[in-house]
Design a protein around this ligand. Structure first.
Ligand code: ATP
Length: 543
């Protein structure tokens, strides 16, 4: 049993066995609801059965799995992972041969950008934002998908459309999914793409109970093909889906919650509170000076016991460029979550190297986690799994100064792909940079956590410093010669992102701007406050 005293709304969502959409505000315990539903459901399942738990990130799926297994619960044959992982390991690898014929060589999943020019022929640039495929595109490109398949290649960006085609056309796949899984839980549904939405519907049509969880106001990935319309489509079918609304924010101090809600609605009702814990601070100087000045309140927050440790303080920024100001200006110990050189290359080799680095530096990371990542790119027999598991475990005995060559050797043994010079250089840059290496180690209580707003999704901290709140920067404004109107590039999605940032704070939220601002050409401009700070409904809700 959980220690949480669930609210009546939460209890209704937990106890109903219907298909449902749960829309929940930040901090309303949607993960807690999903965990409780899964725990109750798996109890009655046979050992070969389970549920499907889909999350947005690998980090979130580990968290979900861990919480479901708490108190010795046996999750049986359940699947916990990202949608890409599910498509590959449960649909494409085992069943695409039923549609395309037996594969002559082992299948490998590759990013579009890693394909040679000739293999990309006839396809749109799938590596570019805005070119995401929809299920209706399948027929047009099927001959190319088949040709690539004969060469052992599946393109990562096509996993959704391929999976929908396989599940709808392979009776073997349908039978397998139906006999193994009883339910499907999808988190962060507001960030689903069209193929992911169609896959959800296909699984529902097979008879699985379907549960979608999300928050339209936390939709922050529309720029790469996600669309909050898909969760709205589910809500619009009350005959199929019960709609449960869970809207008590258990995380944020009422004053933070009041401020966040007024971003969208000038008249939203404010909860009574004796204290205002949202602050707007305009520091003197540019972004770097602002960071230098916030060292003082950070130390004071810990000294005064307002944050339980430095790691309970987060500094959130709009862009990777701003991370540099933070790195150069902070004197308190900190850890930056940035796109490290390996992640930005994003190939099978770099994904495995990433997993191996986590395994080496973080004792809570399991060899099985690296094994699961390997299986995204290769099918493994039971014997191969055992051998690979031993190879991974041997990594922890290797001294740090011998790490690079050994990581390369093990990575090649796992996925049987030679490392490129670019990948090797990126690995070298990580191992030479103490700030980047920290990302692979467990959280240190004595370090402030620094990251972009996008990376803060799903996390919570005692105190949040939200930087970059300047006119022109956040929300981004278009510069049009001779035009003096304020034209914003993507007001709605950026407001959602601002909302996500503010609602990461449990106790205090400090919104930061400064009198000067360095632009992308390093020219110093005057720093005016962001339009987000001067919205009409916010008056009186901050100090
Ligand atoms: N009924 C409850 N009473 C008290 N605390 C609760 C209750 N339900 C959940 N919580 C707590 O509230 C916090 C937020 O929960 P959780 O992270 O599950 O929210 P979420 O909806 O997934 O948040 P977000 O969408 O903002 O990431 C957690 O610390 C959780 O333990």
């Amino acid at each position: 049993m959980s220690e949480i005293q669930f609210t009546p709304d939460q209890v209704r969502a937990i106890e109903s066995e219907a298909n449902m959409v749960i829309t929940a505000c930040p901090g309303s315990g949607k993960t807690s609801i999903v965990v409780e539903k899964i725990i109750r459901e798996v109890e009655d399942l046979k050992p070969y059965q389970g549920v499907i738990g889909i999350t947005f990130t690998v980090k979130a799926s580990k968290e979900l799995k861990k919480r479901c297994k708490k108190n010795g619960v046996e999750t049986k044959a359940s699947f916990f992972g990202t949608i890409d992982h599910f498509c590959l390991s449960e649909i494409i690898y085992p069943f695409i041969s039923r549609i395309y014929g037996a594969a002559v060589i082992p299948l490998e999943c590759k990013l579009f950008n890693d394909l040679d020019e000739e293999l990309r022929a006839g396809l749109p640039d799938l590596g570019a934002v805005g070119n995401e495929l929809k299920t209706e595109d399948y027929n047009l490109y099927e001959p190319i998908f088949r040709k690539l398949y004969t060469k052992g290649i599946i393109i990562l960006e096509t996993l959704g459309v391929l999976s929908v085609h396989v599940i709808n056309n392979s009776s073997g796949c349908k039978k397998y999914i139906k006999s193994k899984y009883t339910s499907l839980y999808v988190d962060e549904y507001q960030d689903s793409s069209e193929p992911q939405h169609q896959l959800f519907i296909s699984l529902l049509d097979l008879g699985l109970k379907a549960v979608a969880v999300g928050d339209i106001q936390q939709s922050i990935y529309a720029w790469r093909g996600s669309d909050p319309q898909y969760i709205q489509d589910l809500i619009a079918k009350p005959d199929v889906f019960e709609h449960h609304i869970v809207n008590i924010n258990h995380r944020c101090h009422p004053s933070i919650n009041n401020y966040a809600n007024r971003l969208f609605n000038d008249n939203s009702v404010v909860q009574p509170t004796e204290e205002t814990r949202v602050y707007q601070r305009v520091y003197t100087g540019n972004q770097l000076s602002a960071v230098q000045q916030i060292n003082v309140p950070i130390n004071k927050l810990v000294d005064d016991g307002l944050a339980s440790s430095l790691s309970e303080i987060a500094i959130l920024v709009r862009s990777n460029r701003s991370l540099e100001f933070v790195k150069n200006g902070l004197t308190v110990p900190f850890r930056v979550y940035s796109d490290d050189p390996l992640s930005s290359i994003n190939t099978p080799t770099t994904k495995i190297l990433n997993g191996l680095l986590f395994y080496y530096f973080d004792s809570t990371f399991l060899a099985n986690d690296v094994l699961e990542a390997t299986e995204q790119f290769r099918t493994l027999s039971t014997m191969e799994r055992k051998k690979i598991s031993r190879t991974i475990k041997a990594l922890r005995d290797i001294p740090q100064d011998e790490l690079k060559d050994n990581l390369i050797r093990i990575c090649q043994a796992l996925i049987e792909i030679d490392i490129t010079k670019v990948e090797e250089n990126a690995l070298g840059r990580i191992l030479d940079d103490q700030i980047v290496i920290k990302q692979y180690k467990p959280i240190d209580q004595n370090e402030v956590q620094v990251m972009t707003l996008h990376k803060s999704k799903g996390l919570e901290f005692d105190v949040v410093f939200h930087l970059d709140l300047y006119d022109w920067v956040f929300p981004r404004r278009e510069f049009i010669q001779g035009c003096y109107d304020e034209i914003f590039s993507d007001w709605d999605q950026e407001l959602n992102l601002h909302f996500v940032g503010i609602t990461r704070a449990k106790e205090y939220c400090i919104l930061v701007s400064s009198t000067r601002r360095l632009n992308s050409n390093d020219e110093e401009k005057s720093g005016n406050k962001s339009q987000f700070m001067t919205l009409p409904g916010l008056a009186g809700l901050y100090s």
